[in-house]
Write a protein that binds this ligand. Sequence first.
Ligand SMILES: [Zn+2]
Length: 223
Amino acid sequence: MADNTPAAEGAPGPVTVMLEVPAMKCVVPGRVFDAWSWCRSDVVEWRRPAGSLSSFATEHTPIDGQNPPGLAFVMREECTFLPRELAKLHVFGYGLENELALAPWGIDQATDLLYERQARPHDVFWLAASTVDALVWGLHDWVHFHNHGPFEEPAMTELQCDLVAIAWLRQNAARIGLDEKRLTCIARDLADLSRKRFEFEGVDSPIADLDALFLGPYPDALE
Ligand SMILES: [Zn+2]
């Protein structure tokens, strides 16, 4: 059975970590991404269940582009304009009861609706992520939430989201508990995913060497 019960008295509860997630420069054309123009990202409140830290330190599981388990955007208050489901159906070990979360299938809808309502994502959600995989995709989605665009060139959009996600992981590595080796594995996986998306769409990446891009120091914070 999944553990939805509040932590027993004296037992450690979920851990909350504030991650710095500043707006960053874009490598894709302006038609793809509006470059944080409606909402500058700054911070995300990440929670993980007590005892989950070991999963952040274990051997690398490849990041494969599937929506991972253990990820949810939990609503601070019920947000009626977004598709929502009970959070405790999707994430465990947080002591959740009646809290609602963005429906897992509603990421694209939320990207549009948050923009339309000018609702700052940090005011609406905290991020539940119990594994590195879930955290990577949570940060990837966090980039979507702050950038409005037509989403007509998915490989381009996803490249930008992945690139910022790995940069945010690097920036917060110590707080998350990720070492350089793990970061390098994640960066390689994301570069590989990106390459496959461009091949699938039959278009060229704006940056020819995706490995160098993901493994390098990019991106700088937006001035
Ligand atoms: Zn995406």
